[in-house]
Design a protein around this ligand. Structure first.
Ligand SMILES: [Zn+2]
Length: 240
């Protein structure tokens, strides 16, 4: 499993792309998790081909996680993608994403490639990818995701405060990406002390904090220096 951080920033970050990662299997299958407004250009800069991504998974549909979809699909539509795309999302969030797909291809009635929609489930298998999802506490329903693939395990929280169900996806993962927007607790975002406690309690080998507010990042960097298994995720980080 290869993991590339396309974006690690919060919704309105001036320094980082909106949060998103790309996951690739040894067979070359590729998933994108979330697609905020700055993600298409970040992918194009990497030279991503129009037929490379197989699946886009949406943790939830706040704009910083989905507003890049029309631009990305519009590029594929404009340059003649011919590979089907699978979009995995919560069933209640599909209509809005479907309107973004329509925008991507408008005024054509449909995109030039097939789109298969899958509803997010607690557990499902896509090819040899074993996927589990669970809710976090966020301003809208958000589903954290765990992917087990090629003998490695990944956790990505999307947005929101951890729940017992989302925490249950974290033990045993090689890399855990946890939304940690700020230093102090809030109603619908992760915070630093809770994240550090989680890393200790679950003995996580590697916890990557992301989606931090720009103004909190210097303090977060300073505080995590005492935790060798905790690091700040960065745009362009590549793990294999
Ligand atoms: Zn967000």
């Amino acid at each position: 499993m290869n993991i590339e951080v396309i974006g690690s920033g919060s919704a309105f970050s001036l320094a980082r792309n909106t949060s998103s990662i790309r996951v690739e299997s040894q067979r070359g299958e590729q998933w994108l998790i979330d697609c905020g407004p700055t993600i298409p250009r970040a992918l194009w800069r990497r030279g991503l081909g129009i037929n490379e991504l197989d699946v886009i998974y949406f943790t939830h549909i706040h704009p910083d996680h989905c507003a890049g979809l029309p631009a990305l699909l519009n590029q594929w539509h404009s340059f003649g993608r011919d590979k089907p795309l699978t979009i995995v999302c919560q069933s209640a969030q599909r209509p809005l994403l479907n309107s973004l797909v329509a925008l991507a291809c408008w005024p054509d009635e449909r995109c030039c490639f097939d789109i298969q929609w899958l509803d997010t489930q607690d557990h499902f298998i896509w090819r040899h990818w074993q996927v589990s999802t669970a809710p976090t506490i966020h301003a809208m329903p958000n589903r954290a995701i765990r992917i087990e693939l090629d003998g490695q395990r990944l956790f990505y929280s999307g947005d929101g405060r951890p729940t017992p169900a989302s925490e249950a996806l974290m033990p045993g993962v090689d890399h855990a990406f946890l939304e940690c927007a700020m230093l102090t607790p809030s109603e619908s975002h992760g915070d630093l002390e809770q994240s550090l406690a989680l890393a200790e309690r679950l003995s996580l080998p590697r916890l990557w904090l992301y989606h931090c507010f720009d103004e909190h990042i210097p303090m977060i960097i300073e505080r995590i220096q005492a935790y060798p298994n905790v690091a700040l995720s960065e745009d362009g980080l590549y793990l294999n």
